[in-house]
Design a protein around this ligand. Structure first.
Ligand code: FAD
Length: 536
């Protein structure tokens, strides 16, 4: 069955929703989302969204902080416009109904938070569940718009390329392919739809599930990157994975983040013995940039053999902690940890991908009519390391830019009459060995955690590459023999993403930002401003 729309939006996080709300003024919008609309990394963002909102602060300071974190790989022009367009995009979020915390009453100034790497207080937040508040407001707004249709439990399988529809075997490097939409799996009804669109936006978020320990929700399987790669798009900087230093360590707590704001408000990292250690690694101690803190914890854990370190904010007043961190406070309490009295056990976890589908300043990928925004995209903002709370900002700035670009291109001829063949299931049969999927999921995530984690080496990367080759072949054979399921599609995608991370990590013969290789422990200035770019 074919569904026609002007704009196909794959993903219902901040990038997808903010684009959809604006694009609905230009035409019909179909948002597909592989779980419920709310389920996204956006929904779990705690700390907030960074923007210059205070007279003491300035664009130059925010730009400097971002460039410093990015370790010589940020694209300065991108940093400049993302930072300077920030306040306007924040004003739109407020207009759509997002309620950020204020200092006292309704009209008082915003209560701006401070996070690692920021020289000023500039993080707007809604207590400690900023993402949930943003999703709530934007979903309400999207539902109120006639031109927007949301399809829940619809999982995009693959992009539809014009060259394939026309039966072209290959394109020369100079020819640009065109995206006509996507094949989408309706999970509840076990059906595959053809979504034909004039313009397609990938807003599928990140890839945390490639690693064994992650702060990301289950949706973060890198589907957008894998689909774009299979379609022949350029992918960049996949080696730059941000490990969040402080994920709650408790056997029953699945992926619960202890926000950086806890360190911003005075939380101190200690060993289980109670000794502090961050002074050995950075003058800002517990408030050092995330990569330095994550690596320091990794080193200390390997030295001590402990399973976690602790984050201690018990010197702050209980009432203050309950008001500033209501979600974190109650979640910790659920596991018997009273943060006003007890240090919180924490470990580093895969958190954010700085790389992704390579886009220009308008969010255009290397495939015509295919755009990307949010965590799936590599825009040049983060470089080799993301400054905390800059990612939500990137979502809204780039979604806006994509929309503006599409507005200019609306007059272009569409490929509406080109017949798109329906999805071919071929001779695929029901799987009789679902255990293969579970086993490969586990193997990839362990392999990536052990060999392509916080500290890498040539040997570890080579090991990972060899193992990934075998697993990828097995998944390929399985994919073409059996009927698709959600688990199988996601497994195929994490295997693509894992391979891309290994490939980019092997290309970079230096240590920079989030990428640390024991065989090249220093930064090499020949790599200054050089992205790692790969394509199929
Ligand atoms: C715990 C946590 C805390 C964070 N805190 C902050 C913070 O305080 N500040 C900050 O700036 N950043 C924070 N981040 C990062 C930030 O939340 C994300 O980078 C950002 O929300 C990404 O938004 P997005 O719209 O790109 O993707 P997401 O919000 O992840 O949305 C992706 C969407 O795509 C859908 N999807 C994926 N694949 C498919 C498919 N194949 N078919 C259909 N739908 C699909 C998903 O279901 C989902 O709806 C945090 C991240 C986490 C995990």
């Amino acid at each position: 069955m074919e569904i026609r729309t002007d704009f196909l939006v794959i993903g219902s996080g901040l990038a997808g929703l903010s684009f959809a709300i604006k694009a609905s003024r230009l035409g019909s919008v179909a948002i597909i989302t592989k779980k419920s609309t709310m389920e996204s990394s956006t929904n779990y963002a705690q700390g907030g969204i960074a923007a210059v909102m205070d007279g003491e602060d300035s664009f130059d300071l925010h730009i400097d902080d971002t460039l410093k974190a990015g370790a010589g790989l940020c694209h300065e022009d991108v940093v400049r416009y993302v930072v300077s367009e920030g306040p306007e995009r924040i004003a739109e979020l407020i207009e759509w109904g997002v309620e950020f915390s204020r200092k006292s009453g309704a009209d008082s100034p915003f209560d701006l938070g401070k996070e690692g790497g920021h020289s000023m207080r500039r993080v707007l937040h809604a207590a400690d569940s900023t993402g949930r508040e943003i999703e709530r407001a934007l979903i309400d707004k999207a539902h109120s718009l006639e031109n927007v249709q949301i399809y829940e439990n619809f999982l995009a399988i693959d992009l539809i390329r014009e060259s394939k529809v026309l039966g072209k075997k290959s394109l020369s490097r100079e020819e640009q392919d065109r995206c006509l939409g996507a094949y989408v799996f309706d999970i509840d009804n076990d059906q595959i739809y053809t979504f034909r669109a004039r313009f397609t936006l990938l807003a599928t978020g990140g890839t945390g599930k490639v690693y064994l320990i992650t702060t990301n929700p289950d949706i973060a399987t890198g589907d957008g990157i894998a689909m774009a790669w299979r379609a022949g798009a350029l992918i960049a900087n996949m080696e730059f994975i941000q490990f969040h230093p402080t994920c709650l360590f408790h056997p029953d707590a699945k992926a619960f983040l202890i926000s950086e704001a806890v360190r911003g408000e005075g939380g101190i990292l200690k060993l289980k013995s109670g000794a502090t250690f961050m002074e050995k690694y950075h003058p800002s101690k517990s408030l050092a940039p995330r990569d330095i803190v994550a690596r320091a914890i990794d080193i200390e854990l390997k030295k001590s053999g402990d399973d976690c370190v602790v984050l201690d904010i018990s010197h702050r007043d209980r009432d203050y902690l309950m008001a500033r961190f209501p979600t974190i406070y109650s979640r910790c309490l659920r596991y018997g940890i009273d943060m006003a009295r007890d240090p919180i056990p924490v470990v580093p976890a895969a958190h954010y991908l700085c790389g992704g589908v390579l886009v220009n300043g308008n969010g255009e990928t290397s495939i015509d009519r295919l755009f990307a925004a949010g965590e799936v995209a590599c825009t040049g903002l983060h470089g080799a390391n993301r400054l905390a709370s800059n990612s939500l900002l990137e979502c809204v700035v780039f979604s806006h830019r994509v929309c503006e670009r599409i507005r200019q291109r609306m007059g272009e001829e569409a490929s509406e009459d080109l017949p798109i063949p329906p999805w071919q299931s071929g001779s695929a049969t029901e799987s009789d060995e679902s255990i293969v999927i579970e086993h490969n999921w586990d193997e990839i995530r362990r392999c990536m955690w052990n060999y392509v984690g916080i500290v890498r080496s040539n040997k570890r990367l080579e090991r990972a590459q060899k193992r990934m080759e075998l697993i990828t072949q097995e998944i390929h054979d399985y994919y073409w023999s059996f009927k698709i399921t959600r688990d199988l599609l996601e497994l195929r995608n994490i295997s693509v993403v894992a391979n891309l991370i290994v490939d980019c990590a092997m290309m970079r013969k230096e240590s920079r930002g989030l990428h640390f290789n024991l065989d090249y422990p220093d930064r090499d200035d020949r790599y200054w401003q050089r992205d790692s770019v790969v394509r199929r």
